[in-house]
Design a protein around this ligand. Structure first.
Ligand code: T46
Length: 140
């Protein structure tokens, strides 16, 4: 099962720590148009709770622990981001919620497009309706 998890290339040195990196086109299967990050978030905070109609994103957590719940309208799964060398692709039409498991965990995101509020589906019932209509449309 492809759950979106991706190892980020990392160089670990005993004394100097870890250097992780990814490169546009080589590691990320979309053009990166935006980078954002979320900081200063207390443990127990839940963010997200939406899906995107077209946006593709790559999430990673270089510090702390964040549990991400994902739902494509048919199946649900979760991915724990708890190491700097772990990333997660969240493609379009995936309901996602991020649960902060540690104080101040940092969520970094690279995205395939600029910020556009009209790309968000923020109501879960609307999301289920949207994916069902898309699926029924594709079956015709
Ligand atoms: C997502 C998850 C992983 C902007 O003005 N520009 C931006 O680039 C972003 C990302 C947000 N905003 C504004 C929109 C809201 O007024 O920042 C405010 C907070 O955004 P939101 O409540 O959507 O934040 P999260 O943490 O629930 O979701 C964010 C991203 O918005 C979303 O695309 O997939 O992180």
């Amino acid at each position: 099962m492809n759950n979106g998890q991706q190892i980020i290339r990392t160089i670990q040195e005993k004394e100097r720590g870890m250097l992780s990196f990814f490169e546009a086109e080589k590691d990320i299967p979309f053009s990166i148009k935006r980078v954002y990050y979320i900081s200063g978030t207390p443990a127990e905070t839940i963010r997200g709770k939406h899906a995107h109609k077209t946006l593709k994103q790559f999430l990673f957590c270089p510090f702390g622990e964040i549990l991400v719940f994902l739902d494509d309208g048919i199946r649900e799964w979760e991915v724990l981001l708890d190491a700097p060398n772990q990333g997660l692709f969240v493609t379009e039409e995936i309901w996602h919620e991020m649960h902060w498991k540690s104080d101040g965990a940092i969520l970094c995101v690279v995205a395939s497009d600029y910020y556009d509020e009209t790309d968000y589906i923020r109501d879960y019932q609307d999301f289920l309706k949207y994916v069902k209509e898309k699926k029924d449309g594709n079956c015709r």
